[in-house]
Design a protein around this ligand. Structure first.
Ligand code: H2P
Length: 804
């Protein structure tokens, strides 16, 4: 499909491609490798986007607008080639040119590497938000770290996750522009005298940027990523001369380690220090750049808060609060009150969790050693803040303790979420329920003190990435019904699809699209796992980071229940399913990795048994990432969103799947609540405890073993877990019986019954398709474009600046 064709004739594109092959790659058509052609193609597309970027930049210079600066430790950008081809409207020209040259576009697309600079939903959200900002013509720059190695590559050996490094730029990255002449010094360690910090170690931050085009608009924004470089003098020539090669590069390695990997293992002291170094590195570089950009267009500090708004994506970049204070006080000579007013008028903070253990804290001793001046500033911020608290609640030492930025027990630590709330003008959760629970639980004392500071901005996803690029078949069908594809910029227009749910010819087409997508997925699953999925079976999908609260274990327990039922011959009411898993577990997270092994072991059982695989086949697709999502989501019929209520902040795969016509089976958690409100209770399979019931059950003294004793089918399921693979995963069963932190046993029966309902509903394929269409038609709200409009209205106050 083409959009906004930029009018480049195919032969001109071909000429440019060949020119880039010669001038940029220094080779000829005859001797070029596939990599040469891919790079030349990418550069040719990039050139067109640069032309647009130059115009956007000129408009921004002329209008001196207010900018959104988005600071995030993670970005899951997805492949750039398909997106940039589409957004530049060059898809047809590129295809024609390649075909004329006798090249296969699909083969070249395979060479395009996905920058996996993130972990899960938080990182993908950041990418969707950048996409939407450009699409909405909002002046913005995203700042992040250019990790040498992105999120690890996942494979399985004997069912266990194996992590391999992801050297994503091994062959170079044609999409980025490095700017080694724009390096910024970042200090660490050292001492403070009279409020002046002399760092002991200086590392250089070197930026490179990539272009972030908007869809259906001329705007092109930037994402600027920083990598750590050692200063030029770091190589120890004399040691090298002595043959001490390792020591000769020690200083270089130490500096460059800062941007070596995403989330270094933090189970050691050194690992934790490295993470804090990364955070300080990111915010220092970003703030220097933001100030530099501000100064290009403004003088003095008066206009700063009017021209700059900085969104902190979770706690990772929150050290920016202290760093901006340091810059204003120590480098710019502002007094405390003025500096604090600027800081407080600049930052906004998005919280992405409800789990108290996921709110970062850093040992005071570590911060003192690594960033001594920042620690002083944090103490001062806290001092002023606690005076304010004392005024609001005189004599209430409990409040002071609860609110303080410094935690005292059992170890003195800096609470980064507290620093964020104190230093920001706005705080938001990422779904209605999440924002409510943040106010009532995780950040309650702050919400009581400053109710007006708290907001909700429900997450959203890019319809371009997850419909147009991922699901061209469905996009084509929807466009043919709606008469154009402008709905990709105005997703509420999907509601125009509602009447089509009652049109049987349309339902047939819709079903055909799903089937074709399932066929593609089956082909892929076969290639990577050897499992033969049946394209007519229901694609039952659970794709997300592995975490106990998300309850992948509950999903596996349903499959085990089916195994027993099939073996007993209780097959009435069963429908064939392809159970699909995708997701990674943090390398040090043993409990999640055990669940993964269990999932793989259960998959082996069902796939290797004819009687079972007539009803269930199971594929755990390794290395789930954005490209994996693009393949799985369009094929999905059932979306598993089964976290314990009150634990998932929002979820975003739930949105992507509903938009692509999957029906949700889910708890009242995160954005599931809003999805159900919108698509209608009749078109959503709800089960389980709600957040209030979950808390009440725990408070009443939850005893998982009594649930086990009361339900023979549950007993059978857990006993199976205890004995599979000769008892190798017994710990999973023991943990369920003795702890079951996330109330899996309590929700088991409701989940199984709900899955029975799902099977029953699937039997009436026509009614299912109707529900599927209604899910898509009513999910327009979950566009990231709406999300950034909400941020714009509630928090950023950023007018759009379309190109003149
Ligand atoms: C997190 C939350 C999700 C949320 C996402 C984006 C951290 O993602 O847990 O509930 O939707 O941020 O706000 P994830 O678990 O996928 O890493």
């Amino acid at each position: 499909m083409t959009v906004a064709n930029d009018g480049v004739p195919a032969d001109e594109f071909e000429t440019d491609l060949l020119r880039n092959l010669a001038h940029q790659r220094g080779t000829t058509r005859q001797s070029a490798s596939a990599q040469d052609i891919y790079q030349a193609l990418a550069l040719t597309v990039r050139d067109r986007l640069v032309d647009r970027y130059v115009k956007t930049a000129a408009t921004y210079y002329e209008t001196n607008p207010r900018f959104v600066y988005y600071l995030s430790a993670e970005y899951m950008l997805g492949k750039q080639l398909p997106q940039n081809l589409l957004y530049s409207g060059l898809q047809n020209q590129a295809r024609d040119a390649l075909e004329k040259l006798g090249l296969d576009p699909a083969e070249l697309e395979d060479l395009d590497v996905e920058p996996g600079l993130g972990n899960g939903g938080l990182g993908r959200l950041a990418a969707c938000i950048l996409d939407a900002l450009a699409t909405e013509d909002i002046p913005a720059v995203g700042y992040g770290i250019r990790y040498d190695l992105g999120i690890f590559k996942q494979t399985f050996e004997d069912g266990a996750q194996v992590e391999r490094p992801d050297d994503w730029t091994f062959y170079g990255n044609p999409w980025e522009f490095a700017a080694p002449d724009d390096q910024q010094p970042v200090g660490f360690y050292g001492k403070v005298e009279d409020g002046k910090w002399t760092p002991d170690e200086i590392v250089l931050g070197e930026p490179s940027h990539m272009l972030v085009p908007g869809y259906g608009t001329q705007t092109v924004n930037l994402i600027r990523l920083w990598r750590a470089r050692a200063s030029r003098a770091s190589f120890d020539l004399s040691r090298f001369g002595e043959g001490r090669y390792g020591e000769a590069v020690d200083a270089i390695v130490r500096s460059e380690n800062i941007s070596k990997v995403l989330y270094p293992d933090d189970s050691t002291e050194l690992g934790r220090e490295l993470r804090l170094k990364q955070q300080h590195f990111l915010v220092t570089c970003a703030l220097r750049d933001i100030v530099r950009r501000y100064r290009l267009r403004n003088t003095g500090w008066d206009a700063f808060t009017e021209k700059v708004t900085i969104q902190l994506n979770d706690t990772h970049p929150v050290m920016a609060v202290a760093e901006l204070m340091r810059v204003l006080l120590d480098e710019e000579g502002l007094d405390w009150d003025r500096a604090w007013l600027i800081v407080r008028g600049t930052f906004a903070y998005t919280c992405h969790t409800l789990l108290p253990e996921a709110l970062e804290t850093w040992p005071v001793a570590l911060v003192e050693r690594l960033l001594p001046r920042h620690m002083e500033i944090i103490y001062l911020i806290n001092f002023h803040f606690l005076q304010e608290v004392e005024q609001a609640y005189p004599g209430d030492t409990g409040r002071l303790r609860e609110l303080s930025i410094i935690q005292e027990e059992p170890e003195r630590r800096v609470r980064m979420a507290h620093l964020a709330v104190v230093g920001a003008k706005a705080v938001n959760g990422v779904a209605e329920l999440h924002s409510k629970l943040l106010r009532e639980t995780t950040l309650r004392p702050f919400a009581e003190l400053w109710p007006e500071r708290f907001h909700n901005v429900t997450n959203g996803v890019s319809p371009r990435r997850f419909m147009l690029i991922a699901n061209p078949r469905l996009t084509g069908l929807i466009s043919s019904r709606l008469g154009d594809h402008d709905w990709l910029r105005d997703l509420d227009r999907l509601s125009e699809l509602e009447p089509a749910a009652d049109d049987s010819a349309f339902r047939d087409q819709w079903r055909e699209v799903k089937r074709a997508n399932r066929r593609d997925l089956a082909r892929y699953a076969r290639a990577v796992t050897g499992v033969a999925l049946d394209p007519d079976a229901m694609a039952d999908v659970m794709i997300k980071r592995f975490h106990e609260y998300k309850r992948q274990l509950l999903r596996v327990m349903h499959v085990i229940t089916l195994i027993h039922r099939i073996r007993r011959g209780e097959t009435a009411g069963l429908v064939p399913r392809s159970v699909i898993f995708g997701g990674k577990a943090a390398p040090g997270y043993y409990a999640a990795k055990r669940i993964m092994r269990l999932a793989n072991a259960v998959a082996d059982v069902v796939n290797g048994d004819q009687q079972l695989s007539a009803y269930v086949r199971m594929a755990f697709l390794p290395n789930y990432n954005v490209s994996g999502a693009e393949l799985i989501i369009p094929a999905a019929d059932l979306s598993e969103q089964i976290s314990l209520a009150g634990k998932e902040a929002s979820g975003t795969s739930n949105m992507k799947l509903a938009l692509n016509g999957a029906l949700t089976i889910g708890t009242l958690d995160g954005a599931n609540v809003e999805i159900r409100d919108r698509v209608g209770a009749d078109n959503f399979f709800l089960f389980g405890l709600d957040a209030g019931q979950a808390v009440a059950l725990k408070q009443a003294g939850y005893r998982p073993r009594s649930w086990y004793e009361a339900d023979w089918e549950l007993r059978e399921t857990i006993d199976f877990i205890a004995t599979i693979d000769g008892g190798a995963l017994r710990e999973v069963a023991d943990d369920l019986l003795n702890r079951d932190e996330y109330l899996t046993l309590a929700d088991y029966r409701a989940y199984i019954e709900c899955q029975d309902e799902v099977a029953h509903a699937w039997e009436d394929r026509d009614a299912w398709t109707r529900m599927s269409i209604l899910n898509a038609a009513r999910s327009g709200f979950f566009s990231a474009d709406r999300t950034v409009r909400d941020y714009g209205r509630e928090i950023w106050h950023t007018p759009a600046v379309p190109e003149a």
